[in-house]
Design a protein around this ligand. Structure first.
Ligand code: HEM
Length: 540
């Protein structure tokens, strides 16, 4: 009986007294939160003005702009950063979590960054990818300070020197022949002439890197006798996972206290990759130590050292297995995906613009003739091909954001103060599409480079596909001849057109998200032989 009376009374009491009180409390709390956020923002605006920091979005306390800015699953970060530059200017300051961050988006600031402040920004921030893939920041890509200086010396004077690039010329030509035979085989088998160019070009580049670094093919033909399907798939999986993870914006890199929660599962994925990479690399390294770790004389060594890993093991015995693995990973991951991405964008744009495809093929006919394959010495004479190469790297730079740099002391940039320990992104994509520098910046117009003195090596700051300065890509002299030789031969040997029913201008240019910005969808095109089969197969 009592209960019956209590029930409605409590409800009445709750509605009349407690509910209004709770509502008022909630309103006060919300107001207080809004006021605190507002105060925090006003405070940050004041601090920025007082500290002469560059302009940029204010963001939220603690998280800053972390959740609102970097690329989503669908929009690459370089594009979001470009939109931001249109609002705030060529140098932007923002907080990503707890890390002060700048974004450099035009050639003028980039020139100052790489010429005046190059040494200040020659470190890398310590992110999870460097801890795992770089074996505690030991690899070139992720190292800083004296470790970087040592690795950089090894790279530039030993591994990726111009003389090594020249020494590897015959290997490049061999892999090009394998690629051409592969394309021809696929063309003959395909009833509709459609060929998946993305996977053939990726495979060719991975194999070339495998041969240069380890004297091994990493990616055989599943139907050929030398196929090792598990290993092949493992390497492909490894390279693709590594580039995806290096390009991800991992929340705990920016708010270290959240590391143990690993909210996006990045650490877990990196840990899962580790046995994978060690299973692939360690047996190879041990075999190299056994074969090349001994004290050969210089002349003997020259004959014995067919590849980069042998050069490393022979010349730098003090390096640990971990560092050796880190170097091999740098080279395989850095070298294969970037070149194949540049190639697939080139074929994409040439398919979208048949007049340029024709111009490139006419040049090949006149310089090389239709009776043989293109060889490396021809490439210097292919002026239009060079224009296509530069235009692709301007419009679709394979690495659209340079790997993040890190300032080791306070400095001045663009007239602003940049604090010590700032993460710096150079937006290579935005620089290549700057409307103040490039006419019709979003159009593919290779002839803009006819008679132009602008080169891609890092001295012309309006075009920085390989970045510049001390951290600029050490593999550029490897990448350029490989790109030109493959593209020239593909265009020379085959005729190209879009898949049936697709108009040239409808071929998609959507980009995937990652440190290497490849096509979102594989490029499938209609391919047919343009030269006699015996020429394509190199039988003449
Ligand atoms: C079209 C092909 C390529 C492009 C567009 C490219 C572009 C880049 C860019 C933009 C960076 C970042 C530089 C920075 O952080 O400022 C880089 C770094 C690097 N690249 Fe490349 N790259 C290419 C090919 C290669 C090749 C073939 C190799 C190896 C043989 C290679 C090895 C590396 C390494 C080891 C680094 C790290 C350098 C450092 O941290 O100091 N790259 N590359």
């Amino acid at each position: 009986m009592n209960d019956k009376i209590m029930g409605p009374e409590i409800i009445t009491w709750f509605l009349k007294s407690a509910l209004p009180a709770l509502c008022s409390l909630a309103a006060i709390c919300s107001l207080a939160t809004i006021l605190c956020l507002l105060a925090a923002q006003i405070f940050e605006v004041g601090v920025r003005w007082w500290s002469r920091l560059p302009p940029g979005p204010i963001g939220w306390p603690v998280v800053g702009s972390l959740f609102s800015l970097p690329g989503s699953r669908y929009v690459p970060a370089c594009r979001k950063f470009t939109t931001l530059a249109q609002k705030y200017g060529p140098i932007i300051f923002l907080r990503m979590g707890l890390r002060p961050t700048i974004i450099v988006s035009n050639s003028k600031i980039a020139e100052e960054f790489f010429k005046v402040q190059d040494k200040t920004f020659d470190s890398r921030p310590q992110f999870a990818t460097g801890r795992h893939l770089g074996y505690d920041y030991n690899s070139t890509v992720f190292s800083s300070g004296s470790k970087f200086a040592k690795m950089n010396r090894i790279y530039r004077s030993d591994l990726l020197s111009i003389s090594n690039v020249q020494r590897m010329g015959p290997l490049r030509m061999e892999e090009v022949r394998v690629l051409l035979a592969d394309v021809l085989r696929h063309v003959e088998r395909a009833t509709d002439g459609l060929v998946d160019i993305t996977s053939l070009v990726f495979k060719a580049n991975l194999n070339l890197m495998g041969r240069i670094i380890l004297s091994q093919k990493l990616f055989g033909d599943p139907e050929a006798d030398d196929a090792r399907p598990t290993e092949i798939e493992n390497f492909k999986f490894f390279v693709k996972s590594a580039t995806r993870l290096v390009g991800s914006f991992n929340i705990s890199d920016y708010i270290p206290a959240l590391r143990r929660f690993d909210m996006q599962g990045v650490e877990k994925q990196l840990e899962l990759l580790k046995p994978h990479q060690e299973g692939l690399m360690l047996p190879i390294i041990h075999e190299y130590r056994r074969r090349y770790g001994q004290g050969y004389g210089e002349d003997e060594a020259k004959n014995l050292l067919p590849d980069l890993m042998a050069t490393l093991v022979h010349g730098h015995k003090d390096l640990s297995d971990e560092t050796m693995m880190a170097v091999a990973i740098d080279l395989i991951v850095g070298g294969s995906d970037s070149v194949s991405t540049a190639l697939e964008w080139s074929i994409t744009e040439l398919l979208r613009h048949p007049c340029y495809l024709q111009e490139a093929q006419e040049e090949l006919d006149s310089v090389v003739g239709r009776h043989r394959l293109v060889v490396e010495s021809d490439c210097d004479k292919l002026e239009f091909l060079d224009c296509v190469f530069k235009e692709i790297l301007r419009l679709h730079p394979p690495t659209p954001l340079a790997i993040p740099h890190y300032s080791n002391k306070e400095c001045q940039l663009g007239g602003y103060r940049i604090p010590k320990d700032t993460v710096a992104y150079v937006n290579i994509y935005a620089i290549g599409r700057d409307p103040d520098v490039w006419k019709n910046p979003n159009e593919f117009e290779p002839n803009r480079f006819r008679n132009s003195p602008v080169r891609v090596l890092g001295h012309h700051f309006q075009l920085l596909p390989f970045s510049a300065g001390r951290r600029g890509c050490p593999g550029k002299f490897f990448a350029i001849p490989m790109y030109k030789l493959v593209l020239a031969n593909l265009l020379h040997c085959f005729s190209w057109s879009p898949a049936p029913g697709i108009r040239c201008q409808d071929i998609g240019v959507e980009e995937a998200v990652g440190v290497v910005c490849s096509r979102l969808n594989p490029l499938v095109a209609c391919v047919s032989p343009r030269l006699p089969e015996r020429v394509i197969l190199g039988h003449d």
